[in-house]
Design a protein around this ligand. Structure first.
Ligand code: ATP
Length: 306
């Protein structure tokens, strides 16, 4: 891909605080038009990476460009950002708060107010249009702030832990909003440690742990790092059954779970049937992103091919 195909190109970002390299050589290339997740445990360096990418703080080493090779400072009006620390002026009304954030990114006030009313309505916050921020719940205020980050219709939207603090209904609203922004043509870069959102939303993702990138690829490539899981429920069980299963088999509320043996499942099933245990239930499932994440942050793994 040419550099114009990327919304973010970051090479070897390093940030030191004292003796610690809290970000230690992270590369981040985000193709345009994608939803891209930055995943990692608490303290992994996600926020610091995003802040360097956006030019809010300067990297000690490495370089980054946004949107067709520009320095982050030169494309501020084409970028939307929801920081990890939330905050709006408590005495502003929701509609004005959204328009105000748009104005900070170059959107004229009247257009901002008109769009704010439409967007609040569409996000299920029509009742809050003329409500002061201080009267809104924390989750509602967060959605208002998010609308403020997109009201100027940015080409790149960067969201730091956007799902934290939202109830399930508002999490769904946020997922819908992120998908609508991608459909509009925006690129979305967001950080999270909630795997279910990442699994549903991300076209690609990077996993950062200990300040380093441990994985880059698609959700499917991450999930393919682990073997498929067999869930087997016998018709009849006894103490001897466990000795026939792979040593890593785990007892569950109903039946057993184990990694699909390399040689396949047929031989094992035949032996279980011959021994009289039968098959009441059998399914073979791909592991979820959560399990892949645990595996990735627990140990370094090779990168999936682009
Ligand atoms: P979380 O999910 O908990 O927000 P994160 O992956 O976003 O974590 P960062 O906020 O980037 O992680 O922090 C990475 C590490 O750098 C942490 O150990 C944090 O304490 C440290 N750190 C971040 N900012 C500073 C700072 N200004 N001064 C000193 N240490 C810092």
């Amino acid at each position: 891909m040419a550099s114009t195909d990327y919304a973010v190109v970051a090479d070897g970002l390093v940030k030191r605080y004292g003796e610690r390299r809290v970000v230690d050589g992270v590369d981040l290339t985000v193709p345009k038009g994608m939803i891209y997740g930055v995943l990692g445990p608490n303290g992994a360096g996600k926020t610091t990476t995003l802040r360097m990418t956006l030019g809010i703080i300067e990297p000690d080493e490495g370089a980054r460009t946004l949107l067709d090779g520009a320095h982050p400072r030169d494309v501020g009006d084409r970028v939307g950002y929801l920081p990890e620390e939330r905050g709006l002026y408590p005495s502003m009304k929701a509609r004005e708060a959204v328009a105000f954030m748009g104005a900070l990114r170059g959107l004229d006030w009247q257009t901002g107010r008109a769009r704010a009313a439409e967007m609040l309505e569409a996000a299920g916050l029509g009742h809050a249009i003329d409500e002061k921020i201080r009267k809104l719940s924390k989750g509602m205020a967060q959605l208002v702030q998010l609308l403020g980050a997109v009201v100027h219709r940015p080409d790149l939207l960067v969201l730091d832990e956007p799902f934290s603090g939202l109830d399930p209904v508002n999490q769904e609203r946020l997922e819908a909003l992120i998908l609508a922004e991608r459909d509009r043509g925006a690129t979305i870069l967001f950080s999270t440690h909630v795997m279910q959102h990442a699994q549903r939303l991300c076209d690609r993702l990077a996993v950062i742990a200990g300040g380093q990138r441990r994985f880059e690829g698609t959700v499917d490539e991450a999930r393919a790092l682990l073997p498929q899981q067999v869930h087997y429920v016998p018709s009849h069980g006894d103490a001897q059954l466990a000795t026939m299963l792979p040593p890593t088999a785990r007892r569950e509320a109903e039946g057993w779970r184990f990694a699909l043996p390399q040689e396949g499942i047929e031989g094992l099933l035949r032996r279980l049937i011959d021994a009289g245990y039968g098959i009441k239930g059998l399914s073979i499932e791909r592991p979820g992103l959560h399990d892949a994440f645990v595996r990735i942050v627990g140990q370094a793994v090779p990168e999936a091919k682009a």
